[in-house]
Design a protein around this ligand. Structure first.
Ligand code: 13P
Ligand code: SF4
Length: 324
C-alpha cells in the first residue's frame, strides 16, 4: 500500500454551524417551495441542507410523494430524470446537467432496442442507473436495494435480460439462483476496488468488517461480510457488533454513516492507487451549483411525454412490487 488508509474516527461534539451559502440555500428553498433530495454520495455540505438523504429507491419514493413545487435533485442525471418521470408536474432541477453515470452510458437505448429485436421475448429488468429511453424499453426497474426481490417476482417462464450492470446482475443471479442474460456494463468507480487493496487494508485493520456495494466485481464482493445498497449499509453499520467498518463504495457514503452511526470507525474502501474512491459525476454537484440552481431555477430536467409515459410503467411496477 503506497498511501495511508483514510480512517474516520467516531464522531464527537456538535456539528459545525451552517455556512452562509448553506443558510442562503435554506432561505431560497423556502422561497421557491422546494424540496432537496440528495443521494448518499453527495458531499457533506449538500447532505446537510437536504430534506432527505438516501439511496436510489428511497429517493424514488420521496420524489413521487413530493408535494413541493420544485424538486432539487442532488445526485446524477438518471436519478433526477426518474423524479421527473414519477412526478411530472413538478419542476425538477439538477445542479449540473453533466452529472451523468458511466453505467447508464454503457447501455444506450438504441443498442438495447436492437438487441431486443434480435432476441424477442426477453423480459427486461433494468437497474435504475439507466436513461429514460432504456427504462421505456424495459419491463421492470430495480435498484440495488430491491433487485433480488424484483427478480424473484418475474414470471418463472420468462427469460430475463438484466441491464446495464453485469456485476449487480451476477450478484442477483447468485442470490436468487435465477439465470439471466447480463448486459456487459459496469460502474467505472466500483470496479476500481480490488482484492489486493482490500487485503492490504484488512492486514492493517484485522478486526474490521467489510461492507460492499453490489456494483463491485465478484472477487471483491466475495471478501465482504455484507453486500447491499447504500441505504442498507446504514442498517448494517448500526447493527453489526464490529466497531470498525471498511466501506467499499463511493466515499460520500461515509458522511451519512458518520451522522447516523457516530460511535463507530469507518475506513474508506481503497483502490490500487488511492485510499478512497469518488464518483466523478456525483462530485460535479457543488454547494454553489445547488444555490445557483434554486436562484435561477435551472438546469431543469425535461423528458419527452411519450418516453416519460413508457418509462413510468416499469418504474411504477418496481415501486408496487417493492412495497408489496
Ligand atoms: P444505491 O441505490 O445503492 O444508492 O446506489 C446508487 C449508485 O449509483 C451506486 O453507484
Ligand atoms: Fe454511476 Fe458509478 Fe457514479 Fe453510481 S458511482 S452514479 S453507478 S458512475
Amino acid at each position: 500500500m503506497n498511501y495511508e488508509p483514510m480512517v474516520f474516527a467516531p464522531r464527537t461534539g456538535a456539528p459545525e454551524p451552517l455556512s452562509a451559502i448553506q443558510e442562503e440555500i435554506l432561505a431560497l428553498k423556502k422561497q421557491r417551495n422546494a424540496v432537496i433530495l440528495a443521494h448518499n454520495y453527495q458531499i457533506e455540505p449538500i447532505q446537510r441542507v437536504a430534506d432527505f438523504v438516501g439511496d436510489s429507491l428511497g429517493l424514488s419514493y420521496q420524489a413521487q410523494s413530493a408535494q413541493a413545487d420544485v424538486i432539487l435533485f442532488c445526485g446524477v442525471h438518471f436519478m433526477a430524470e426518474t423524479a421527473k418521470i414519477v412526478n411530472p408536474t413538478k419542476t425538477v432541477l439538477l445542479p449540473d446537467l453533466q452529472a451523468g453515470c458511466s453505467l447508464s452510458d454503457s447501455c444506450p437505448a438504441d443498442k438495447l432496442a436492437a438487441y431486443k429485436a434480435e432476441h424477442p421475448g426477453l423480459y427486461v429488468v433494468a437497474y435504475i442507473n439507466c436513461s429514460a429511453g432504456v427504462k421505456a424499453l424495459s419491463d421492470v426497474i430495480c435498484t440495488s436495494g430491491n433487485a433480488r426481490r424484483i427478480v424473484e417476482r418475474v414470471p418463472a417462464d420468462r427469460e430475463i435480460l438484466f441491464v446495464p450492470d453485469q456485476n449487480l446482475g451476477a450478484w442477483v443471479q447468485e442470490k436468487t439462483g435465477r439465470k439471466m442474460r447480463l448486459w456487459p456494463g459496469s460502474c467505472y468507480a466500483h470496479v476500481l476496488f480490488t482484492v489486493r487493496a482490500l487485503e492490504a487494508l484488512k492486514a492493517r485493520f484485522p478486526a474490521a468488517v467489510i461492507v460492499a456495494h453490489p456494483e463491485c466485481v465478484t472477487a471483491v464482493r466475495d471478501m465482504a461480510d455484507e453486500v447491499c445498497s447504500t441505504e442498507l449499509m446504514v442498517k448494517f453499520c448500526k447493527t453489526t457488533p464490529a466497531s470498525q467498518i471498511i466501506v467499499v463504495t463511493e466515499s460520500g457514503m461515509i458522511h451519512r454513516l458518520r451522522r447516523e452511526v457516530p460511535d463507530k470507525t469507518f475506513i474508506a474502501g481503497p483502490t490500487d492507487t488511492c485510499a478512497c474512491n469518488d464518483c466523478q459525476y456525483m462530485k460535479m454537484n457543488t454547494i454553489e451549483k445547488v444555490r445557483d440552481a434554486l436562484l435561477h431555477m435551472r438546469p431543469a430536467i425535461e423528458v419527452p411525454e411519450p418516453v416519460r409515459q413508457a418509462a413510468f410503467v416499469p418504474i411504477q411496477r418496481m415501486l408496487d412490487w417493492s412495497r408489496a
